[in-house]
Design a protein around this ligand. Structure first.
Ligand SMILES: *Cc1c(COP(=O)(O)O)cnc(C)c1O
Length: 454
């Protein structure tokens, strides 16, 4: 079939007349980047208007857990939509919102007992930042106005979330609009000095954090982290010991700890929540992406009774948390989340994932000797490597060569959706993927590496 006869072509042309896509230089859709109209999803696979299929190796931006158009989630959505599709959550409640809150409290690290809802990850981060700030005002410490964030962090792209993010690609141009966080070095294990193990890096970075807290704790509301994996920052990983130590430091210096598990929650790192691997409870836990199994936008912030109590008082004292979103706790989204969590309950998801993650590790291990692959790394269900010019030097390609983009296009042509972050290739498939599809994904990735580095 020629390009002009393709059913994809008219859909793409109509789209480009009006739709402004996220995270895209729109001009590239004319030439370098194909725009692919997807008409169907089934398990780990997507199908375009021409019937060509793509294995979704990145869970559609890390959101999909149990497959596209998962029947159990689809039925829950349809039933809820036919019964009650929305009512505001101020002054009203409904079974899906309260049941989901009960369920989240039951499965989250112990001590997190209060749940606020929003619709996107970035909005959840905004809630955590504002709640922490407001807590300290209510507690009679109004000089606490700052946040400590990690280098290479990503917490979303609304202004507050972007302020505590550290990726120049997204942040730099908006710098004049953003508050300045205190930036601590990332515990990224790729920064290990010769002879250092992952935990040594963690310890060294905890020393840096201690020094910052000694200087700034009196003006700091919270430290915000992405537990175990900084995903948008290039799938950079750290040892659980960093989180254990960070929790202890936050306790010692009496500042909040915000855990942004928007990307890593719901089993991505091997445990239901990444914080479990460090046996810690943060003061705020931000969840989104996989919360509904990837079917609908929904986010939640869990916090402690200590935080909650500080907002109780006379209305006139204005110490209530008046932050609101119209669709807070939307019943359909909550029903999708409950269906997704019921799959965790009924099937041994984490156990099965462990076996599949081991298979993925084994298959990726066979790429380890490739001359243009470096820094192969994996935490649970998240695996990544970097495309480099020379393996021994681990040196990056010139950015304008867009090797990652070449990889992306080659893999897509061959039926696999993998969307590198710069030149970092990563694998983060839905949990319903089987061993044969993992093999296909890795084989296709190898072909794409060869094409991109030729
Ligand atoms: C994706 C992401 C966000 C932002 O979530 P959105 O739903 O895209 O606003 C925040 N934090 C982390 C760690 C993320 O991966």
């Amino acid at each position: 079939m020629t390009e002009s006869a393709s059913r994809n072509a008219p859909l793409a042309a109509r789209d480009l007349a009006h739709v402004w896509h996220p995270c895209t230089q729109m001009r590239e859709h004319a030439a370098q980047l194909p725009l692919i109209p997807i008409v169907r999803g089934d398990g780990a696979w997507l199908a375009d208007a021409d019937g060509k299929r793509y294995l979704d190796g990145i869970s559609s931006w890390w959101s999909n857990l149990f497959g596209h158009a998962n029947p159990r989630i689809a039925v829950a959505i349809a039933e809820q939509a036919a019964r009650l599709n929305h009512v505001m959550l101020a002054g009203f409640t409904h079974e899906p919102a309260l049941q989901l809150a009960e369920e989240l409290v039951r499965i989250a690290p112990p001590g997190l007992t209060r749940v606020s809802y929003a619709s996107d990850g970035a909005s959840a981060v905004e809630i955590a930042l504002k709640m922490s700030f407001h807590f300290w005002r209510n507690a009679g410490q109004p000089r606490r106005t700052r946040f400590i964030a990690l280098a290479n962090a990503y917490h979303g792209e609304t202004l507050g979330a972007l302020a505590v993010s550290d990726l120049p690609l997204y942040r730099a141009v908006y710098g004049p609009l953003l508050f300045d966080p205190i930036v601590a070095p990332s515990p990224d294990w790729l920064d290990a000095e010769p002879g250092e193990g992952h935990e040594d890096v963690a310890r060294r970075r905890l020393d840096d954090m201690r020094a910052l807290l000694e200087r700034h704790a009196h003006e700091t509301c919270a430290v915000i982290v992405e537990p175990l994996v900084q995903c948008s920052g290039g799938m950079r990983m750290h040892a659980p010991a960093y989180l254990t130590g960070l929790r202890a430091l936050c306790d010692e210096f009496d500042v909040h700890l915000i855990a942004d598990e928007i990307a890593v929650g719901f089993g991505r790192t091997g445990t239901l929540f990444a914080c479990e691997q460090a046996a810690i409870t943060p003061d705020f836990l931000c969840l989104s992406k996989g919360l509904t199994g990837g079917a609908l936008p929904l986010s939640a912030v869990l916090t402690t009774d200590t935080v909650y109590q500080a907002f109780l008082g006379d209305y006139a004292a204005n110490n209530a948390f008046l932050h609101s979103h119209t669709f807070s706790g939307n019943p359909i989204a909550c029903a999708a989340a409950l269906a997704s969590l019921s799959i965790f309950r009924d099937e041994s998801v984490l156990e099965r994932n462990r076996a599949l993650a081991a298979h993925l590790a084994m298959r990726l291990g066979s790429l380890a000797e490739h001359p243009h692959i470096a820094n192969l790394r994996q935490t649970g269900w998240i695996a990544a490597f970097d495309l480099v010019q020379d393996k021994a030097m681990r040196n990056a390609w010139p950015a304008d060569e867009r090797r990652g983009l070449r990889f992306y296009r080659h893999a897509l042509d061959h039926g696999v959706l993998l969307r590198p972050l710069g030149d970092t290739v990563y694998f983060l498939p839905p949990y319903c993927i089987g061993e044969a599809d993992i093999d296909f994904m890795v084989d296709t990735a190898l072909g794409a590496v060869n094409a991109a580095t030729a």
